[in-house]
Design a binder for this molecule. Structure first.
Ligand code: ADP
Ligand code: MG
Length: 473
């Protein structure tokens, strides 16, 4: 008999072994009497009891396989589903059956028919995967295009070492640093270099957000097997912006298991984050210590000389003429973000070409002022409140309004802090945006959060995530 065995480390610490043998779980229940077993009707009952997305994910396509006396058999696609239903919805299922039939049934699950379907799909993907595809990476992100300064030399050397011998040293490599400092650039440069040296390795670059969405979708569509397989089979996983896991404890659990599977198979993982792991809110100790097993490197803002060198290299690669005084002017005024350094240069060139003017320091001044003003204008009170509301999952009106529960009050203070920090609005204007609070309340909130940030890494991390979302271009 064909026997397919797949080991995947699964959420909730289950090891999933899929076979096309039947698998059963049995829940013994008490016997009572009567009425027809109408599965459609039972599903309608269930729909009243559990939320719609859970119903769709777990029961909408579940088939009744067989009814034998007081035993009922359902067909489900995999043992993950079986486990999930058993853990979360067993009472709902048995009580809905009882509601319709008037009788308590022993519920069994068969991991059978759909598993065979999955098996076929797996065989197909297996064939597809034989052909190694070029990884989805941007060509401009190379080590050659990366200007190394004191701020980045350690991170650069580590990424280079990893790309020379993936999976052998520094696993995982964890690169952290503020917005626009070259994390994505180094991450993708690692992928590009590995690809050019080891074309047979499977390389996957993904944003953390994308990874999580894919994972959730796979659970809902019964395709966790393919999902896990996809991630288990790669040799180099490049995962960008892991701070996105902040505050998402449930997802971290699943994420951790996928990571473990890769670590144990000695596959290389490179991770970026806008802050060190201990500042990622809700990140479990065991995940943090996993990250510490490898190597952590940080990217600092570049010093003046490095900023000059970066500007020069951009100019050189685009073959443009710009005087030193202009370059010096830009490098002295934009300090903390290389993306902005580039952005400013591009604006300046566009301006000079549209208006057919020379690129002078005066023009640079004007363009830079507009650039900064534009950036400030982009961040409004409404946007700040919306971001805080999304981050903490608290209604925007509650943040603006008077509610005083501790979590709402703290979210409001954070929004106020960010408003003062990221906009040019006066205390009075900020107060008006937060339910007409007076300026002393606003000042008090600001100071409170500023103090808290010194003592509390979690708050500091939360604020840095919200801030980087708001300031991203
Ligand atoms: P992050 O991911 O840290 O937000 P990115 O990697 O996206 O930042 O970098 C922002 C921009 O700055 C990119 O266009 C990148 O190529 C450029 N950049 C960053 N660091 C350097 C560097 N050291 N040398 C040259 N370009 C850089
Ligand atoms: Mg990035």
């Amino acid at each position: 008999m064909y026997f397919l065995k797949n080991f995947f480390i699964l959420p909730l610490d289950i090891i999933l072994i899929l076979t096309n043998n039947k698998q059963y779980i049995t829940m013994k229940t008490r016997k009572e009497s009567q009425n027809e077993f109408d599965w459609k009707q039972i599903k309608k009952e269930l729909q009243k009891e559990i939320n719609e997305s859970a119903f769709k994910a777990w029961f909408a396509n579940m088939d009744l396989e067989e009814l034998k006396g007081e035993d009922v058999y359902f067909n489900i696609p995999n043992t993950f589903t079986q486990h999930w239903i058993k853990e979360h919805f067993m009472n709902n299922l048995t009580s809905s059956i009882k509601e319709v039939t008037g009788k308590l049934y022993n519920v069994h699950f068969l991991v059978n028919k759909k598993t065979n379907l999955e098996t076929n799909e797996q065989q197909e993907t297996e064939e597809e995967q034989q052909k190694i595809q070029k990884p989805f990476l941007h060509d401009k992100y190379t080590f050659e295009n990366f200007v190394v300064g004191d701020n980045s030399k350690f991170a650069y050397a580590a990424a280079m070492a990893v790309s020379n011998a993936p999976g052998r040293e520094y696993n995982p490599l964890f690169i952290y640093g503020g917005v626009g400092l070259g994390k994505t650039h180094l991450l993708q440069a690692t992928g590009n270099r590995v690809y050019s040296q080891y074309p047979n390795l499977r390389i996957l670059y993904t944003q953390t957000e994308e990874f999580l969405n894919e994972m959730i979708k796979s659970i809902q569509e019964y395709s966790t097997v393919q999902f896990k397989r996809k991630y288990r089979e790669i040799d180099l996983l490049l995962i960008d912006d892991i701070h996105f896991l902040s505050g998402k404890e449930r997802l971290q659990e699943e994420f951790f298991h996928t990571f473990n599977a890769l670590f144990e198979a000695k596959k290389q993982i490179v991770i970026t984050s806008d802050r060190p792991p201990k500042e990622i809110s809700g990140l479990e100790e065991r995940v943090i210590s996993r990250f510490h097993w490898g190597l952590m490197v940080d990217l600092q803002p570049p010093d003046y000389e490095t900023r000059l060198a970066i500007l020069r290299s951009k100019i050189q690669s685009d073959n443009i003429q710009i005087s030193d005084s202009v370059i010096n002017y830009i490098a002295s005024n934009i300090k903390n973000n290389i993306r902005e350094l580039e952005g400013c240069l591009i604006k300046l060139l566009a301006h000079a070409s549209i208006y057919k003017t020379d690129i002078t320091v005066e023009l640079a001044k004007k363009v830079l002022t507009d650039f900064i003003k534009e950036k400030e204008k982009r961040i409004t009170l409404e946007k700040i409140i919306k971001s805080v509301s999304e981050f903490y999952n608290i209604d925007a009106d509650e943040i603006k309004g008077g509610k005083r529960s501790k979590s709402v009050a703290q979210a409001r203070q954070i929004a106020i802090y960010l408003s003062r920090h990221l906009t040019n609005l006066s205390l009075k204007e900020i107060g008006n945006g937060f339910g007409k609070r007076d300026h002393s309340t606003i000042l008090h909130s600001f100071n409170k959060i500023e103090n808290l940030m010194r003592k509390n890494n979690r708050i500091k991390g939360d604020i840095s995530t919200i801030k980087s979302k708001l300031t991203e271009t």
